[in-house]
Ligand binder design. Structure first.
Ligand SMILES: *Cc1c(COP(=O)(O)O)cnc(C)c1O
Length: 341
């Protein structure tokens, strides 16, 4: 097997439960690659949490969470537009996000009783109704089922709570409905929740699924290894090896989202470069890999292949064909071949 994600299931679920317990109105977000776990698995976990709504990113993801057994309400975070077609607006379980007055009119024409959330423009400047448009919303709603206002805030902000307060006040003045928030800190959410007189929801993805790093590990397998001499040419690109050592062929490549550089901070990289071999390999233009072999991150011999990668182990290493080695993956961009647990 190739790249594996091993979950300490009990510990992970304990973490998920603790976030859910601390977050009244939690809406688990299951989108994209399912934060490495896959959308079906996240749907199953959301069911175990007892969530009543799940959020997906795009319309095609609706079917994927259903395949995981989800039968409750599903909010689609990417705003609906006429390009998305009519069908989704007629689905009883689906809540569509609306972020433009024109789309509101178009959605109402398709299904006058569609379930929607209305997105308010924030300093994110991604999607949303302009604040000056809010007073024009109420007259256009007719019998539409407005499940709430949505406010999606930036991760970095000087006064995120202040912005949330101001936008919430403007939205609620235009039409009373629950507030759906994203990216408020727990304490900010708690404060706002007490200030407003409507139900609140908080959509959480990363902090929920990826919040307890100790509950998972990602590993690759040593597929092969070959002794090489200093100066010997290796790989597709026939690069010369800087010292005697081993070429270790490990599972995982571009298909798994293995990046050319290990997803570590530049500062850590510099620290690592202090060791003699590292600094010379870096100087020679080799890129640090996300694979740890014999206790250290190793350099790629060359860019990762589709499903395997060549890394260089200087000297006489202690690793064997068949061993599992840690590989650092950014789980929002990775595709693992196997999930254990
Ligand atoms: C993706 C997304 C979230 C979840 O983001 P995380 O940072 O993964 O928690 C919340 N709200 C909206 C609108 C999103 O698009």
């Amino acid at each position: 097997m190739s790249v594996a994600l091993t979950i300490e299931t009990e510990a992970w679920r304990k973490h998920l439960r603790s976030i859910a317990d601390a977050t009244p109105g939690l809406v688990p977000v299951a989108k994209g690659n399912g934060y490495g776990y896959g959308l079906e698995r996240l749907a199953q976990e959301a069911i175990l949490l007892g969530a009543d709504v799940i959020a997906v990113g795009t319309q095609p993801e609706v079917a994927k969470v259903r395949a995981g057994g989800w039968s409750g309400s599903i909010v689609v975070l990417t705003p609906w537009s006429p390009h998305d077609g009519d069908e989704v607006l007629r689905e009883e379980q689906v809540i569509s996000t609306i972020s433009r007055l024109d789309d509101l009119d178009a959605a109402r024409a398709v299904n006058p009783q569609a379930r929607i959330v209305l997105e308010v423009m924030t300093s994110m400047r991604r999607h949303g109704l302009a604040i000056e448009d809010l007073p024009r919303v109420a007259d256009r709603l007719g019998e539409m089922h407005v499940e709430g206002w949505t406010i999606h805030l930036p991760m970095v902000a000087d006064d995120r709570l202040g912005e949330a307060r101001a936008l919430a006040a403007a939205a609620l003045a235009a039409h009373r409905a629950p507030l759906w928030l994203s990216h408020l800190l727990a304490a900010e959410y708690d404060t706002l929740r007490e200030e407003v007189s409507v139900p609140t929801r908080l959509r959480v993805g990363t902090k929920l699924w990826l919040g307890a790093p100790k509950t998972r590990r990602t590993t690759a397998r040593v597929l092969d290894m070959h002794k090489v001499r200093r100066g010997e040419r290796i790989g597709y690109w026939q690069r010369r090896m800087p010292t005697d050592g081993w070429v270790v062929v490990v599972s995982g490549g571009t298909a798994n989202g293995i990046a050319l550089e290990a997803p570590t901070s530049a500062a850590k990289l510099r620290q690592r470069a202090i060791t003699l071999v590292s600094s010379s390999m870096e100087a020679l233009g080799f890129a640090l890999s996300p694979y740890t072999v014999s206790g250290k991150k190793r350099f790629f011999v060359e860019p990762p292949h589709m499903q395997s990668s060549l890394v260089f182990l200087p000297g006489a290493g202690s690793v064997a064909v068949g061993d599992e080695v840690p590989v650092e993956l950014r789980l929002t961009t990775a595709t693992v071949d196997e999930i254990r647990g």
